[in-house]
Design a protein around this ligand. Structure first.
Ligand code: GTP
Ligand code: MG
Length: 92
């Protein structure tokens, strides 16, 4: 019975989670893309002023829900010195 109920609960409420890596050279527009996507798909998210976006040091993580899927975007900084991180993150 427990298995049946927990299965039903999962079916109805649990979302499939996907990780999406956004990679590209610096100034390609990755963070701008992520901000625009969050603004479009998250109801309560107002979005930051796009002109205030500065070059990413490290990474930004943004989560949006689309239907039954939850997308977790990883926006990695594209500067030369940060590209060594790409390997480490993508191998996880
Ligand atoms: N014309 C134009 N400019 C854009 C577009 N997308 C982003 N930009 C501009 O490009 C510049 C860099 O954008 P970012 O989103 O910070 O680029 P990034 O890829 O995150 O850069 P890093 O964080 O350094 O890796 C900003 O001045 C943006 O306003 C676009 O679609 N068209
Ligand atoms: Mg960025």
């Amino acid at each position: 019975m427990y298995t049946l109920l927990s299965g039903l609960y999962k079916y109805m409420f649990q979302k499939d989670e996907y990780c999406v890596l956004i990679l590209g050279l610096d100034n390609a527009g990755k963070t701008t893309f992520l901000e625009q996507t969050k603004t479009k798909f998250s109801k309560n998210y107002k979005g930051m002023n796009l002109s205030k976006i500065t070059s990413t040091v490290g990474l930004n993580i943004g989560t949006i829900d689309v239907g039954k899927a939850r997308l977790m975007f990883w926006d990695l900084g594209g500067q030369d010195e940060l590209q060594s991180l790409w390997d480490k993150v993508s191998s996880r």
